[in-house]
Ligand binder design. Structure first.
Ligand code: ZN
Length: 429
């Protein structure tokens, strides 16, 4: 039996709640025809037809090819309109921006990367604005008037600010204001690894997974905790900041001011610094070729920054002994961190990603071995640990999901706000 018509309205003017519900049902494909959508939501055919008409005029829903059901009239399928609108996503990692434009189903239709000259907030913002401007110019379709931005560090999603990114020594970077001022697009910020986790949950290794943990490893480390597709933010958006979980109270000082945080042992920067220090002390490694001969042996701090974590992982995959040692040491702490999360949250799956996690090498296997040693056995027995599936644009795609989640309000805003709906401002996450 279909549910009672608890949300039924007698007026012909659709409200935002019912319209979002129709858009959602059509979007996930759980009902295709107008009649099936009406049954699914417990709304009248008249109401559904009014709402679908509105969604079609907004370019959000389209009629697809007719199909024949038995001997009756052919039905007409409804689907998201994949031709009129594009959703923008951007993500910053490893000194470059990744940009994507997706259709309403989240399929990437255009992508681009842009190297950033400099590692300070001004270079970060200038390249974001100029890169987006150029990227948008090449998109012929309509653009939903917002951009999802996967940013490093602790992000205040309400105010559009990077509160702090300790791996980069940044504080209070007003990303939203810069983008809105320069481009007239609403900026929907999200931590870059939380964005990647969302993308894996919807389109990659986390599809159909009830309880998912995503661990992103780059110059910093952070995670996404996702239950049934819903991202856990915490009270102030810091849920998932596992890079600052303390592993050793007498360990090295972290950029956050505490000692022995996970990311001082296991980030890509930490791997590169460890490799450089050991080459400096006379160890032989293929990674020595990464160091500029112009940099003297006394400038060890400068030498450290010359080996990227990705290079260490690639060298480890090729069998370089020193690189393997550095990766194994990082994996020890990552495995310990993952074990503590597995014991605490009992997830179905842990996905390892970020620029370092995506390198095809021994890291994920080593993390799994360490986690097996330290996690509560009952929780470890049921968890799968694997590498992310979505590649370099995963963070930008996840950021674009923030736009897709607000497509109704954004399409209304883009079509000059003619409504008939009660439309709240696009929400956060
Ligand atoms: Zn820290």
């Amino acid at each position: 039996m279909e549910p009672a018509t608890r949300r039924e309205r007698t007026t012909a003017v659709p409200d935002a709640v019912n319209t979002e519900a129709v858009l959602s049902v059509v979007g996930v494909g759980s009902a295709r025809s107008r009649a099936a959508v009406a049954r699914r939501l417990g709304l009248s055919r008249t109401t559904i037809s009014t709402i679908v008409g509105k969604l079609m005029s907004l370019g959000l829903v389209a009629e697809k090819s007719a199909r024949r059901k038995g001997r009756g009239r052919p039905g007409i399928d409804l689907d998201l309109d994949d031709s009129r609108w594009r959703a923008l996503g951007a993500e910053y990692h490893s000194g470059r921006w990744s940009f994507v434009a997706t259709d309403l189903k989240g399929a990437i239709v255009r992508s681009e990367t842009l190297g950033v000259d400099g590692a300070d907030p001004d270079a970060f913002l200038d390249s974001l604005v100029s890169g987006l401007r150029g990227f948008i110019a090449g998109i012929p379709e309509g653009i939903l008037p917002a951009v999802g931005i996967g940013a490093p560090g602790l992000v205040d999603c309400d105010r559009g600010i990077i509160v702090r990114a300790d791996d980069l020594c940044w504080k209070s970077v007003a990303v939203g204001e810069a983008v809105e001022k320069a481009l007239g697009l609403e900026a929907l910020l999200i931590n870059r690894n939380r964005a990647s986790g969302l993308a894996e949950a919807r389109f990659g290794a986390g599809r159909g997974v009830h309880s998912l943990v995503y661990i992103g490893i780059g110059t910093g480390i952070s995670a996404a905790f996702i239950n049934d597709g819903v991202l856990m933010n915490g009270s102030s958006y810091s849920a998932g900041e596992i890079g600052h979980v303390v592993m050793d109270t007498s360990g090295p000082v972290c950029g956050c001011g505490k000692r022995g945080c996970l990311q001082v042992y296991s980030s890509g920067s930490a791997m590169g610094a460890r490799a450089a220090a050991r080459i400096d002390s006379g160890r032989v490694s293929s990674l020595a070729a990464q160091l500029s001969p112009a940099v003297g042996r006394s400038s060890s701090a400068r030498r450290d920054s010359r080996i990227a974590g990705e290079a260490v992982c690639l060298a480890a995959a090729a069998g370089d002994e020193l690189a393997l040692e550095c990766v194994a040491e990082a994996a020890h702490f990552l495995g310990l961190g993952a074990a503590n999360i597995i014991t605490s949250l009992n997830p179905d799956k842990v996905v390892i990603g970020g620029p370092i996690g995506l390198v095809d090498g021994p890291l994920v296997d080593l993390i799994r071995e360490e986690a097996a040693r330290w996690a509560m056995p009952d929780a470890f027995e049921v968890v799968t640990i694997e590498r992310g599936q979505l590649g370099d644009y995963v963070g930008a795609l996840g950021a674009a999901c923030r736009v897709l989640d607000n497509k109704l309000q954004l399409a209304l805003a883009a079509t000059s706000g003619e409504t008939g709906f009660a439309t709240p401002r696009p929400g956060v996450i």
